[in-house]
Write a protein that binds this ligand. Structure first.
Ligand code: GAL
Length: 799
């Protein structure tokens, strides 16, 4: 009997285990909505979401990114699905490796998070061609994103393909899976006026098509004020507190709260202060918002040739709460985590009732959520971008810095103010590894370079000849960044000995000119003016002359293919002319545009172009690894056969903008910028990694170095006026009154210890993390007291 009993118990235990392992851990249930939020399994929810595009990191990184999202207080992971990634050739699908959508959704579910799947299939997202496959462009009679039968048929086919994949894996919440929400189209409302009558019928069709796919969870359309029922129209932007949905039955949802901004070659890298994004988030929940998504929570990397236009960099870091390397960006991550906790402390009142907002003076607003059962949560806002304020609310006095919101989960005590950061800050840095050329380095990583020159001129069998200049995207079908075009001739077009000027106009962004296989000149556009036009003085030789133009993709705006704007697919690319010889010996101008040109839409055959190759071993340790391209010009890089993307370190940003000392007050725009190094993260094997570079402009590969991304220092800075830590919030008033602000420093990794205290002050210090200085008032003992705590605790990771 006893044996039987034990066996029975084992069986029960095992069944439980198997059950726990085979189903995602968040069982959604049916998802509906009302005017106050998404209702999941019958329960109205306040939800915080963050975008992680699975293909912008590696499967090895996914579990950690998802866990860090959960630890940061997210309930939902949002991702786009890029059509051109999954169906590069019509009818041939690819869901392997970084493209393993099912695996990513399951991992989020297993971590206990919901998923918002933005199928689009138009995505924008600074992704090549906005996510559309290039082959779509060649379907006869197709017009994208309007009431056009060939387009609608393809869009329905891909959308249904993804929905069915998710259904087969039981991934919708209605099936017990994590997906609680989908999206059809993307920001069509921003461009629909350009599509005339067809726009309305297209959007009505898209809504009906998506709804008919019967996912059991709601669909949203962002930036689409006329989104037809039952689709929820949602907001995207830096601030969405003033947004209202198009029906009293729909919840107020924010699908893209931009945590920073994307970066472009030649421009500074955007930076959005933590206080400002926290302010925008708190304002949204204050004024009735119930679902907010950070775009991006982890931005990642545009590997290969996936970045869109105009001029989008390989890094898609986005100044997001988790940086490109998967490390926490502090204090942004920690401060938002505190904001999320503060909002969740109010959830009971938020889901139960409507907000009541009153003005308490110029730019001062109080919002109260009060239920008949006695719950009460309040938000106090000072939206003035200059002046702090003291306001009276419920017979108490509250001090609010400019551009800040205080959150009061009991309508009385402030648990958080968005301008007062309790979270620690970190300074991440690149630690360079020794290179082969450093004779003092015993363990060199890069083991020497070999190289070959790319031959100049047309050489491939695939070259073809036509009269006139052809548009580039149609010619290359986006199989390459490079199109070489060549023409040659004698008099009257090419006269010997003449000093003349070659003029060329291109819709694309960069152009190299070769005369008789010698580089004659080059030019490039920039984000604000992508077209290029050049006049190059040349000396024609006696007899026959040959002109080669090497045009770099892409279309009218971009280094890569455009991803935004009405009819973005129709813009065209490359050298569309005119191409002229000006000031010939007889003073005339000859137009070469309609001459015979030979086209080679494969890899280039002419320029100062060099292929480099080397091998190296990975640095030891588990830190993310980066390659520093300082010293190189412009080109592409491959590691172990995988394209890691484009580099262009010579195209540096103007020395403008600000670092993390930017003033957070006032409306954010991406012109608040700072500068960072050009480094890419990637995954390596332990030894014999092969690095191949294709350098277009000329550079010094010996300057290339490996670096690891490390958290160098941590800082914390609090004032006596700061609220207590959100974690210490309790409903017990006495405990709350006793709890003051707490300064805490925690090492980001379990195996780390604090090795040195660089600065400590109790008084009125100035500066930001990494550059503190003492103010007029400063306790002389602060540093020694803190150092003693460290010595006393001997290798603890917090003080
Ligand atoms: C939005 C768009 C996103 C992304 C973002 C900027 O307008 O929906 O896909 O492009 O802008 O990063």
């Amino acid at each position: 009997m006893r044996g039987g009993g034990a066996a029975a118990a084992t069986v029960v235990f095992l069944q439980f285990l198997i059950w726990a392992l085979t189903l995602p851990s968040c069982f959604g249930g049916n998802v509906t909505y009302d005017h106050r939020g998404l209702v999941i399994g019958g329960k109205r929810r306040v939800l915080v979401s963050g975008s992680i595009h699975y293909m912008r990191s590696t499967p090895q990184m996914w579990p950690d990114l998802i866990q860090k999202s959960k630890d940061g207080g997210l309930d939902v992971i949002q991702t786009f699905v890029f059509w051109n990634l999954h169906e590069p050739v019509r009818g041939q699908y690819d869901f392997e490796g970084r493209k393993d959508l099912v695996k990513f959704v399951k991992l989020a579910g297993e971590a206990g998070l919901f998923v918002h799947l933005r199928i689009g299939p138009y995505a924008c997202a600074e992704w090549n061609y906005g996510g559309f496959p290039l082959w779509l462009h060649f379907i006869p009679g197709i017009v994208f994103r309007t009431d056009n039968e060939p387009f609608k048929a393809e869009m329905r086919r891909f959308t249904a393909k993804i929905v069915n994949m998710m259904k087969q894996e039981n991934l919708y919440a209605s099936q017990g899976g994590p997906i609680i929400l989908s999206q059809i189209e993307n920001e069509y409302g921003n461009v629909d006026s350009a599509y005339g009558e067809g726009a309305k019928t297209y959007i009505t069709w898209a809504a009906a098509m998506a709804t008919a796919l019967d996912t059991g969870v709601p669909w949203v359309m962002c930036q689409q004020s006329d989104a037809p029922n039952p689709i929820i129209n949602t907001c995207n932007g830096f601030y969405c507190d003033q947004f209202t949905p198009n029906s009293d039955n729909k919840p107020k949802m924010w699908t893209e709260n931009w945590s920073g901004w994307f970066s472009s070659f030649g421009d500074p890298v955007p930076y959005r202060p933590a206080e400002d994004i926290a302010f925008s988030t708190a304002r949204f929940y204050q004024l009735g918002g119930m679902f907010l998504n950070y775009y991006m929570y982890h931005g990642g990397t545009n590997f290969g040739r996936t970045s869109g236009g105009p001029f989008i960099t390989t890094s898609y870091d986005y100044d997001a709460p988790i940086d490109e390397y998967g490390l926490l960006r502090q204090p942004k991550w920690g401060h938002l985590k505190d904001v999320h906790k503060a909002i969740k402390l109010c959830e009971g009142a938020l889901v139960a009732t409507n907000p009541e907002t009153t003005s308490l003076g110029s730019n001062l607003e109080a919002t109260v959520y009060k239920t008949v059962s006695g719950l009460c949560a309040a938000f106090l806002a000072n939206v003035d971008s200059q002046s702090e304020a003291t306001l009276n609310f419920n017979r108490n006095s509250y001090h609010l810095p400019a551009w800040s919101v205080s959150i009061l989960p009991d309508c009385k005590t402030v648990v958080l103010n968005t301008a007062k950061i309790n979270s620690l800050a970190t300074i991440s840095e690149f630690v360079h590894q020794p290179s082969i050329d450093d004779s003092t380095a015993a363990d060199a990583f890069l083991s020497g370079w070999s190289w070959i020159h790319e031959p100049i001129g047309i050489s491939s069998d695939s070259a073809f000849t036509k009269l006139g200049l052809l548009e580039q995207i149609n010619t290359t079908a986006d199989q390459s960044d490079y199109l070489c075009i060549e023409t040659e001739g004698d008099e009257p077009f090419m006269q010997d000995g003449s000093q003349t000027v070659l003029h060329a106009d291109s819709l694309g962004h960069a152009l190299y000119v070769f005369l008789n296989e010698e580089l004659a000149g080059s030019t490039k556009g920039r984000n604000s003016e992508p077209k290029v036009s050049m006049d190059v003085p040349i000396s024609l030789i006696h007899g026959r002359n040959k002109i080669d133009l090497l045009s770099l993709t892409g279309d009218y705006r971009a280094l890569s293919i455009q991803n935004y704007g009405a009819y973005f697919d129709k813009k065209g690319a490359g050298v569309t002319g005119p191409v002229q010889l000006k000031g010939l010996r007889n003073g005339s101008t000859v137009d070469l545009s309609s001459q015979q040109w030979t086209y080679q839409p494969t890899f280039p055959k002419d320029q100062p172009l060099v292929w480099y190759k080397t091998t190296f071993d990975a640095p030891t340790g588990s830190s993310p690894v980066a390659l520093d391209f300082t010293g190189m010009g412009k080109g592409q890089a491959w590691i172990n056969g995988q394209s890691i993307g484009r580099y262009w370190p010579k195209y540096t940003a103007p020395d403008s903008g600000c670092t993390n000392s930017c003033n957070y007050r006032g409306s954010f725009s991406p012109s608040k910028l700072h500068l960072v190094a050009i480094m890419f993260p990637f995954v390596l094997q332990a030894s014999e990694n092969v690095l191949v570079l294709f350098e277009e402009m000329g550079g010094d590969p010996e300057q290339i170095s490996l670096a690891t991304r490390e958290t160098g220092s941590i800082c914390s800075h609090i004032l006596e006026t700061h609220p207590m830590e959100v974690d210490m919030w309790t409903t017990d008033e006495e405990t709350r009154t006793r709890a003051g602000p707490t300064l805490s420093l925690n090492c980001p990794f379990p195996n780390q210890v604090i090795s040195e205290i660089k600065f400590a002050s109790f008084g009125t210090p100035h500066g930001t993390c990494g550059s503190f200085s003492h103010g007029r008032c400063s306790s002389e003992k602060a540093l020694s007291i803190v150092q003693k705590v460290i010595v006393l605790t001997d290798s603890v990771d917090s003080i």
